[in-house]
Design a protein. Sequence first.
Length: 119
Amino acid sequence: QVQLVESGGGLVQAGGSLRLSCTASGRTFSTYIMGWFRQAPGKERELVADINWSGGSTYYADSVKGRFTISRDVAKNTVYLQMDSLKPEDTAVYCCAARPSRLREYDYWGQGTQVTVSS
């Protein structure tokens, strides 16, 4: 059974940092695009960042550029999201996902982890 399991969420004050992890099991995602999404109450889900298999190609939403960093450890089947200078508007459920390429839909999803940033 394929699973993506996120961890590292929590409550942090504005200006603080959190590091999210997403570990995959059940298959290898070494060639997959791995992405982090978030969804705040009453808002649509948005892609925050993604990374290709080698780590050489990344994407960031404008709202997080310069503050968030996505990385991956292929050997550990894990992708990370380092979040710095957090703002209250970053509060959301964050989940990771995987897709075979940027031409395909995301077909594997984690359950999500809550990130709450207090002002």
